[in-house]
Design a protein around this ligand. Structure first.
Ligand code: M6R
Length: 364
């Protein structure tokens, strides 16, 4: 059932090019995006004044990414909330608020409760869900399925990647309908999205380099992930992937926050994974990298293929192929998943079933 792979997590990582294609293609009609299941007219899309994205864990991390994409492309204010917080904090849900609940299983207790709360308060609720017919899929006003197929490993990989795709599609659709991007620009974004499956495949095929590197870190005590903007969102995911399966303590920080406390934790040899895919933030990131390096950190950088400059300040560099600045999380996540996976394997951990964790968290 693992199809020749050693672990479900490994199999599921390798299924990502297909999962992304399967989630993308049904919504592309030539150079346009059609999301019938959204059930919203153009007029209704134009009437949205605010979006809440509510989820848990990695699904929440895709919401953090989506905030940057939605706000950047469609200029709609987005709040991202952990479902366990949203449900008890009496959120301000005014008219024109769209609530998006993101969930692989469609059964996460807090996400389901948040959905019910939003509905009771009169909001339109869209589910982005992987498991067909699950509770969240049934109770949402509309559901956009991610077509990742069954995900068995506790650590999500392919469902995460397809959630990002669903969110990019929505952001582009909203941006186009609301006149923020024209037909030509939309066609360009679609071409960039269509490059993702083969680019993901390329990164998966380069696994040896990461495996070798990961083997050096199986005894690490703490690992820090840093990034700015959309790269902060991927740092959150990279950190969770590592800690949930390898039990190594890790934290993600917006790189500009380092000097507000975290930098005191950096010691000789501490691993810092720095993600820098946003050209306008390269310089700022490099200076953050230099700051930790002078305190003894060892720096793994994940950056765009053309940013060779980074080799001056990083100790080890993983390049991702060039794509649109809004979609780089889909690529940067691959080496981070592989890193978590190989560190965990190197330590002899049960990667598919890490201790204390359940695949779907159906209790509060
Ligand atoms: O099924 P859901 O997407 O609602 O699950 C949410 C989280 O429990 C889940 O993403 C969790 O954080 C994963 N183990 C992360 O790999």
């Amino acid at each position: 059932e693992k199809g020749g792979y050693e672990h479900f997590m490994q199999k599921e990582m390798y299924e990502q090019p297909k999962a992304v294609t399967d989630t993308l293609n049904p919504r592309l009609k030539g150079s346009r995006i059609e999301i019938e299941e959204l059930g919203m007219t153009d007029e209704e899309i134009r009437a949205v004044r605010k979006i809440f994205i509510v989820a848990c864990g990695s699904a929440y991390h895709t919401g953090v990414t989506a905030k940057y994409v939605f706000e950047g492309l469609a200029r709609i204010p987005v709040e991202v909330d952990l479902a366990s917080e949203f449900r008890y904090r009496d959120p301000i849900l005014e008219e024109g608020t769209l609530v998006i609940i993101v969930s692989q299983s469609g059964e996460t207790a807090d996400s389901l409760a948040a959905l019910r709360e939003a509905k009771a308060r009169g909001c339109r609720v869209l589910g982005i869900v992987n498991v067909v017919g699950s509770s969240i899929a049934r109770e949402a006003d509309n559901v956009m399925y991610t077509w990742a197929g069954p995900e068995i490993a506790v650590a999500t990989t392919k469902a995460y990647s397809t959630q990002l795709i669903a969110e990019y599609l929505l952001a582009l659709k909203f941006a186009h309908v609301r006149g923020r991007i024209n037909d030509e620009e939309l066609a360009g974004y679609i071409r960039d999205l269509q490059l993702l499956p083969q680019q993901i495949e390329m990164l998966l095929n380069n696994k040896e380099k990461i495996q070798k590197f990961a083997n050096r870190y199986i005894a690490a005590k703490d690992v820090f992930f840093i990034g700015r903007g959309i790269d902060y969102a991927i740092s959150l995911e990279g950190s969770l992937k590592l800690k949930e399966i390898s039990y190594i303590h890790s934290e993600a920080y917006a790189a500009g926050e380092l000097k507000h406390g975290t930098i005191s934790l950096i010691e000789e040899g501490t691993l810092v994974a720095a993600v820098l895919t946003q050209e306008d933030l390269y310089k700022k990131m490099i200076s953050n990298m230099v700051e930790v390096k002078t305190r003894g950190a060892f720096i793994l950088a994940v950056t765009n293929a053309d940013n060779v400059e980074v080799e001056k300040s990083a100790d080890y560099v993983i390049y991702i192929p060039k794509n649109n600045k809004y979609f780089t999380n889909s690529l940067a996540v691959i080496p981070l998943q592989l890193f978590g996976y190989y560190v965990a394997i190197g330590k002899g951990c049960d990667v598919d079933k890490p201790r204390n964790l359940a695949k779907s968290v159906t209790v509060e």
